[in-house]
Design a protein around this ligand. Structure first.
Ligand SMILES: *[C@@H]1O[C@H](CO)[C@@H](O)[C@H](O)[C@H]1NC(C)=O
Length: 255
């Protein structure tokens, strides 16, 4: 009798653990492949599809990547992934953490890493050259929180902008693991807000933008958890905003 009870308990426990494993798999690694940019620089590209410009090549110490499906029409721009190659002769256990700044795919790859990031998946400097020689490797990846210590979320006005007719900007230094899925541009005097369009990649535009100082509000979404949070900046964009300029939002998130 006691034995039956024990077996019943064991089976229940196993089923319960199985369920837990299935539902808590947001931290699990997914198998895929990665290649690296063939450019001569070891960081990313200045002309990445996300529209981050040279920031998109050099952020995170140049550990950046192009994504194929994970690009998600630009929603994936700025997301961070831990990527590790699986060849135990060359590859370290931690791999590298990269930021998505471009779109691209090679032969069934999810990532085209900067050469810098690709090399950092290796255990040693010798292994780095061996990895680079392979050109394309099997990997595992998972989404992780981005971290930018001592940085606030910053708005970079795109050089193509033209005050007061056309405003285009990208959002730098978004921490955490969520996606920015909507942006509102609000007049700070009348509190009238306008929902912006994502023109491409991480670039948000307004033609024409509202006048006066502006407050840029961002919606942070977690699809898996089904949670959404509007984040309101502390600082406004001044009325005389200039193309090429950066403006500190005065806030940071860890969502
Ligand atoms: C971030 O914003 C706060 C104001 O909200 C400011 O005090 C702080 O200096 C800013 N941090 C950086 C690194 O600019």
């Amino acid at each position: 009798m006691a034995l039956y009870l024990f077996c019943g308990f064991l089976v229940t426990t196993l089923i319960f653990m199985q369920t837990l494993a299935d539902t808590s798999c947001t931290d699990c690694f997914t198998h895929s492949r990665a290649a690296y940019y063939p450019n001569s620089e070891d960081h990313g590209t200045d002309v990445g599809a996300c529209g981050f410009g040279s920031f998109g090549a050099t952020i995170n110490g140049g550990d950046v990547s192009a994504a194929s499906d994970l690009y998600r029409n630009g929603v994936g721009c700025g997301a961070c992934y831990q990527v590790r190659c699986t060849n135990s002769a060359y590859c370290s256990n931690n791999g590298v953490t990269v930021v998505i700044t471009d779109q691209g795919s090679s032969d069934h790859t999810d990532f085209i890493l900067s050469e810098h990031a690709f090399g950092r998946m290796a255990q040693t400097t010798d292994a780095t050259s061996s990895l680079l020689a392979l050109g394309m490797v099997d990997i595992e990846y998972r989404r992780v929180a981005c971290s930018y210590p001592y940085k606030n979320i910053t708005f970079k006005i795109d050089e193509s902008s033209n005050n007061p007719n056309y405003l285009a900007f990208v959002i730098w230094y978004q921490q955490g693991k969520r996606d920015i899925t909507a942006v509102q541009l609000c007049e700070t005097e009348n509190f009238v807000c306008k929902l912006l369009d994502r023109s491409h990649g991480a670039v948000w535009t307004s033609t024409p933008p509202p006048s006066g100082p502006l407050s840029i509000r961002m919606l942070f979404s977690d699809e898996e958890e089904g949670e959404e949070t509007w984040v309101v900046p502390v600082n406004n964009i001044p009325q005389d905003w200039k193309p090429g300029e950066t403006y500190d939002s005065g806030v940071q998130v860890n969502l």
